[in-house]
Design a protein around this ligand. Structure first.
Ligand SMILES: [Fe+2]
Ligand SMILES: [Fe+2]
Length: 258
């Protein structure tokens, strides 16, 4: 008994190392890309300008419209129960659903996003009518293809990559927000309670994602994938393909913004 437990524990440890290595390789490739660095730097420094950052945020939301479809693919499958549970939990967070299945609109990430965008002067109407940049289109099309193919391993790998890069990207967005929209988003001594509450509500979208994706969504998905890759020989290769595919798609997003 002890021997078999040890071997399965070491297999699990191996799978975690392999998955993390695959993720890290693409993570550094992505954040080392010239186009990605250039845009994130110009956001962080504020060089992008208020209108430039608004336009970028609009493209960001247009590009990621089909993000939740990726989770739905994992929730609907029955082959990997841990993966299904991790995706379901993530999807509940996204949509503001509690454990009893009730929706709370104020907890939905789309509501947080709307609060933030509105607060800095991006009207929903502008998003609805926004023309996609070549980068947004390339990203959107790549994800649509991934969704239509519906391969569980690739989808899970892509989501692992996306959840894993959110904190670092959003941290840059946050710095840009607090530089370019300082008056709207950063508390000052003169603010009354109403102003403070409105600012805090506006900050929630970026602030919460930086913490929650690093502490929950990424590690939860990673843990589920460590187990899923034990029971299927092809799964690990598919997950790696998904990670690389997501990296390419997200890179194209940045490369095609100018
Ligand atoms: Fe989210
Ligand atoms: Fe997330």
């Amino acid at each position: 008994m002890a021997a078999s437990f040890e071997s399965s524990a070491s297999e699990i440890a191996d799978a975690r190392v392999v998955l993390l290595e695959a993720f890290r390789k693409e993570f550094f490739n992505f954040f080392g890309d010239e186009a990605v660095t250039k845009i994130l730097d110009s956001i962080e420094s504020g060089e992008i300008g208020r209108e430039g950052l608004k336009s970028f945020f609009i493209q960001q939301i247009v590009a990621t419209r089909s993000f939740l479809s990726l989770f739905e693919i994992l929730v609907e499958q029955k082959q990997f129960p841990e993966l299904q549970a991790a995706a379901a939990s993530n999807l509940r967070d996204e949509t503001g659903m509690d454990v009893e299945g009730n929706y709370h609109v104020e907890l939905a990430h789309s509501t947080w996003r709307k609060n933030f965008y509105q607060h800095i002067g991006i009207a929903e109407e502008r998003i609805d009518h926004a023309a996609s940049t070549p980068g947004t289109k390339a990203y959107f099309d790549a994800i649509a293809e991934l969704v239509s193919e519906g391969d569980i391993g690739k989808v899970a790998g892509a989501l692992l990559f996306f959840e894993g890069i959110i904190p670092r990207q959003f941290n840059s967005f946050k710095k840009g927000r607090d530089t370019l929209f300082r008056e709207e988003c950063v508390d000052t001594d003169g603010d009354d309670a109403v102003q403070r509450e409105a600012k805090q509500k506006a900050r929630l979208y970026l602030d919460d994602h930086i913490v929650h994706d690093a502490q929950c969504h990424f590690p939860d998905l990673l843990n589920a994938l460590v187990i899923a890759t034990q029971s299927s020989e092809t799964m690990l290769e598919k997950v790696k393909l998904g990670i690389a595919l997501a990296k390419d798609a997200r890179k194209k997003f940045y490369q095609g913004q100018e």
